[in-house]
Design a protein around this ligand. Structure first.
Ligand code: NAD
Length: 290
């Protein structure tokens, strides 16, 4: 396939490189980042997308996505697939999809989970909104860049799935960290707590796969000085998107809001910026109740 790839940062570069390594003809553009091996450099986003079967975007936020979409949509041929893999607000995803559809394109919103290591290894999970036929056409590309792609319904539903998942993740990570800090003060050994919770009803991915306590459970960022992994800053971004969506949809999400407030405090007023999102545990350890 002829692919245009716009946004070659931490995630986009390895995704584009994997598509090129699998034999696709990939042209790439980024405002700042270099083009990875195997990818042909374009001089603009429009040039990267022009005449391509699929244009993929992997950009920081919804405003930038809208800006890039305004550039590339007029350059693309009717029938081409516009595959956005960025994590953005649901409203931007739906607005961009409407713009693309009006131009005869087939839009998909397909945010990912799996992080930078998953992008490099080609093991991402894609959550996809958009038409069934466009999903089927993009399927071979999802199979190269990832290990799983779930069709979640019409445009915007991929972003909806992503922010709902990450709202659960943020909240379970916080409460898992709180519980470890409480257990410490109660004299309960962390290993004993892990052994109980990991096979009891308090079990979650935050506990069993990504345990925030160093030396407990499988290896995780806690065993590497809380180097991300998944940065607290990115969790904060996703929790903001969840609250923005909740306001638009008039949904009551009090725990999601509490998680947002705590990560905002951690990243913006404390020392959480640049740390893994599981570094909430040392935060609770050092906290003294006033
Ligand atoms: P990044 O900042 O490393 O990459 C974004 C790239 O977009 C940068 O290289 C930037 O120069 C480029 N860019 C910005 N504006 C542009 C424009 N107008 N035209 C062309 N290029 C432009 O970010 P990332 O970590 O690669 O994340 C990309 C997206 O993936 C985000 O939406 C993020 O939330 C999501 N995501 C990231 C992770 C992760 O672990 N990093 C995991 C899941 C999802």
């Amino acid at each position: 396939m002829k692919i245009g790839f716009i946004g070659l940062g931490n995630m986009g570069a390895p995704m584009a490189a994997n598509l090129a390594a699998a034999g696709h003809d990939v042209t790439g553009f980024d405002l700042a980042a270099p083009v990875p091996e195997g990818v042909t450099a374009a001089d603009s986003a429009a040039e990267a997308a022009a005449g391509r079967d699929v244009a993929i975007t992997m950009l920081p936020n919804g405003d930038i996505l809208r800006h890039v979409a305004a550039e590339i949509v007029p350059a693309m041929e009717p029938g081409a697939v516009f595959l956005d893999c960025s994590t953005v607000d649901v409203d931007s995803a739906r607005a961009v999809a409407d713009m693309a559809e009006a131009a005869g394109l087939r839009p998909l919103d397909a945010p990912v989970s799996g992080g930078i290591s998953g992008a490099a290894a080609g093991t991402l999970t894609f959550m996809v909104g958009g038409a069934e036929d466009a999903f089927a056409e993009a399927r071979p590309l999802f199979d190269i860049m990832g290990q799983k792609a779930v069709h979640c319904g019409p445009s915007g539903n991929g972003q909806a799935a992503k922010i709902c998942n990450n709202m659960i993740l943020g909240a379970t990570m916080i409460v898992t960290c709180e519980a470890f800090a409480l257990a410490d003060r109660l004299g309960l050994e962390r290993q004993a707590m892990y052994d109980v919770v990991s096979t009891s009803s308090g079990q979650s991915w935050s506990m069993t796969t990504y345990c925030p306590a160093p030396g407990i459970g499988p290896t995780s960022p806690a065993d590497n000085g809380y180097t991300p992994g998944f940065a607290a800053d990115l969790m904060l971004k996703d929790l903001r998107l969840a609250q923005q969506a909740a306001e638009t949809a008039d949904a009551d999400t009090p725990i999601g809001r509490a998680a947002l407030n705590l990560y905002a405090q951690f990243v913006e007023a404390e020392d959480g910026a640049g740390k893994d999102f599981s570094a909430m545990l040392p935060r609770f350890e050092s906290r003294r109740r006033g």
